[in-house]
Design a protein around this ligand. Sequence first.
Ligand code: 9WN
Length: 450
Amino acid sequence: MSESSASVLRRAAIRTLAGNWRGTSTVPSPSLYPHQWSWDSAFIAIGLSHWSQRRAETELLSLFGGQWQDGRVPAIVFDPSVDEEGYFPGPSFWQSNTVSGTAPLATSGIVQPPIHARAALDVLRNAREPARARAFLRRLYPRLCREHDYLATRRVVDESGLAAIVHPWESGLDNSPSWDAPLARVPVDRSLLQRYQRRDLQHAGSDERPTDDDYARYIRLAANYRDSGYDDGRRLPSTEFLVIDPLFNALWAWSEEALADIAEVIGLDPEPHLRRARHLGEAMTELLFDSELATFTAYDVLARARVPRRTVAGLVPLVLETLSPAIVRSLTQQLTSAHFGLLDSDIAGVPSYDLRAPDFDGRRYWRGPTWLNTTWLVWRGLRVHGRDDLAAPLAEAMLELAAGAGFREYFDPRTGSGHGTRHFSWSAALILDVVEDLSRTGAHTVSVAE
Ligand code: 9WN
């Protein structure tokens, strides 16, 4: 990348992050998502760490300000200055203030993929003031441990030791085709759509968002969880959706590895974290790896069966350094095959769903489009396993997507066109990370449209 084109892209990313900053945290999007989201904040902190270490630290600390006493880090921490109409489901739907042990700020009651320890470690690695970053890590470490312990104690539902999710939103890949079969058991109550109004369709086309039927199911699952008092212990046996997701568990294990590094930095014992990370990796291989499909798949706990779909979630376990070489080979073959088209010049980034599946849809949310966060995770995974030959073209593809379409929420992998909301924070943050990384090594010529 030439110095000047790198700085165009870098400046555009910083402009987006600065525009979405709200004083102590960053909104994913000023229009569609006007509060603080959990895994978004982790990606955002990674980007911010290249520009403002203080903002990166504040982003994570403010998110953990919403942590519940049971250790869960809620998917959304609501900004009290945004009115209820700003986003559905908002504070009056989740009613976190009626639950004991919740934070003073209103939050949602579900979680999202636990990638925060990894983000905190990246903040240290990119820090210009390392002593300050170490103090930050000392503060955050106990909260990160509680986040992971919540999963280990409240979300493990079988002998695998892996964490189950109770709502598709907890996966971060809301309407992934992997949820079709488990969701089919959830009755569609259309009256819920009259009682509660979808707000997302005011900001994005209905052909790019989840369907009404799926939305009715999401509301039902969330309302049932709320009405149980968010009590995992009592609720899990009677829930209508209970799934063990490879991306969620891979990020937990990857974060557990990061916690081990953080523990060492602050003078504590890394061993318990390494043990848990190893165990999670082995359990994932045993329960979630589908050797016929040659990828990781989700496990539907209620049906006691794997969900045989190839999605990007099945490739994200590449981030784990303890994966066996045979599985790493399967995943890289999968990535470069016609299912994901990594080396195909007609395909941009890593599609969220199998390009060859009959229901692949390049524009509908998590059912085909390329997202920059999952593509970035695969990029990191390729580098963990020394596959720079594949990581380098993927980095290039990410930059080209942002250069061509701006920091959109997602992109059609077949055309590179941008979709969903604009000025999307994690797209900007992760592009900033890639630019900084490549500016140390590579040479690219890109400029950005925003
Ligand atoms: C529900 C904020 C979030 C992301 C999720 C993405 C989308 C919300 C929605 O936006 O989910 O949490 O309203 O669709 O699927 O990954 O964290 O960017």
